[in-house]
Design a protein around this ligand. Sequence first.
Ligand SMILES: *[C@@H]1O[C@H](CO)[C@@H](O)[C@H](O)[C@H]1NC(C)=O
Ligand SMILES: *[C@@H]1O[C@H](CO)[C@@H](O)[C@H](O)[C@H]1NC(C)=O
Ligand SMILES: *[C@@H]1O[C@H](CO)[C@@H](O)[C@H](O)[C@H]1NC(C)=O
Ligand SMILES: *[C@@H]1O[C@H](CO)[C@@H](O)[C@H](O)[C@H]1NC(C)=O
Ligand SMILES: *[C@@H]1O[C@H](CO)[C@@H](O)[C@H](O)[C@H]1NC(C)=O
Ligand SMILES: *[C@@H]1O[C@H](CO)[C@@H](O)[C@H](O)[C@H]1NC(C)=O
Length: 380
Amino acid sequence: MALNRRAQIGLLISVSAVAVAATKQCVQLELPIPVVATNEHYNIRRVDNDIDAVQWALDFSIWNQNLTGTTGLNITKTYEINAELCIPTQKTDKSDILQIAVHGNAWDKSRAWDVRVRPEQQSYVDAAINKGYSILTFDRIGTGNSSLVNAYDEAQPNIEIEILAKITTLARSGKLLSAAKIVSNADTTVPTLNPTQIVHVGHSFGSLLILGLLKKHGNMSDGALLTGFLNSKEFGAVPVGTFEHAYAATHDAARFGRFGSGYVVLTTLNTLQKLYFTEKTLDTELLDYTEKVKQPEPVAVYASARQVFDAENGGLFKGPVQVRYCPGTYDEGQMKEQWFPNASNLTVYVAPDTAHVINVATSASTTYKKMFSYLEEHGL
Ligand SMILES: *[C@@H]1O[C@H](CO)[C@@H](O)[C@H](O)[C@H]1NC(C)=O
Ligand SMILES: *[C@@H]1O[C@H](CO)[C@@H](O)[C@H](O)[C@H]1NC(C)=O
Ligand SMILES: *[C@@H]1O[C@H](CO)[C@@H](O)[C@H](O)[C@H]1NC(C)=O
Ligand SMILES: *[C@@H]1O[C@H](CO)[C@@H](O)[C@H](O)[C@H]1NC(C)=O
Ligand SMILES: *[C@@H]1O[C@H](CO)[C@@H](O)[C@H](O)[C@H]1NC(C)=O
Ligand SMILES: *[C@@H]1O[C@H](CO)[C@@H](O)[C@H](O)[C@H]1NC(C)=O
């Protein structure tokens, strides 16, 4: 904390140059993704200030019991998706396996998957690379450097699942790089990518979107690691009201001024602690990090989570799936039957002393090892 910003940046650069620059090659991509999807129009309160934001959170639990929406909102649109592809510099026995990582609400790709506080422990990207995998992270619509969207009618699973399916199909067919505009520095060497297998890894709402992909397009995935995820009747009833939200654009105009109506943001360190951490694996530097990197979230994501549960299950997913659960209740039999009927293996694992976000817990590297050994046990 005592370091000034320039010194911190210098430190980050030198650390990454020593620790990882030699092992991974990364490129930033802009991917135009055309999508056709049918969303819903929900009866959601407009959120244009802090008063609305609090009222929205209070309303939510009521709506959740009886959510009214108009179905059949057809959307045909091309989204700009900002992504980062990292591959091991040296070919490994796993570099042809591509992990596609999907972040949760209120995060973006790099903040979630490439935590730069003690990256050797916390960065999932670096951990995957060190294990030999290739990895693609991308900003979901409405966050990071991907298209900003209407917070009510657009940011919904029906569209996000189709975006994930398109990205996966491009990667599978070896066309991801040719479909993208490379936005890294000119001297970056563009790698080649022809993955033989694809593993989807999610956090929280990202895991929910992957569940949607497995139900609707299950044969696109060879395996899945779902973190910060659970299966209970209460799943849809995320107690939004428990976690203080403010209207993003005015909460911090410098950071979030570009976000408009319907974008809310978690308010304080206390709220972030409640939502993301548990005492035994809390480190204050990582807690501070979550405040520095927090991102707005569009209100529709909460109202529309049901779309995933309601989606028909084609039963085409036949790979292994590891579900990492934050403590509470679940019904494993029901989960297998409803969500992964033809999965080759379903393993539920509760990460000890770890709350909702494994990536910022001090237990991260232990958790990552369990995830990779699960893949290895199942030939990935
Ligand atoms: C849910 O809302 C609809 C429309 O407002 C209403 O007709 C219905 O009775 C409500 N159902 C319950 C269980 O409250
Ligand atoms: C939306 O698309 C579906 C499927 O293509 C079609 O059946 C439906 O009529 C469309 N709805 C509207 C309002 O255009
Ligand atoms: C978008 O990308 C620019 C540079 O490419 C970066 O400085 C900025 O932090 C990114 N914005 C977000 C919200 O991630
Ligand atoms: C997945 O299944 C669909 C429908 O059966 C088929 O059209 C498609 O080619 C399959 N894709 C892969 C990657 O196997
Ligand atoms: C998936 O499993 C169900 C039974 O649980 C079976 O009826 C169905 O044919 C399977 N689907 C595929 C694509 O194997
Ligand atoms: C699923 O895989 C794990 C190893 O990753 C194994 O311990 C477990 O027994 C398997 N489950 C079933 C039902 O075979």
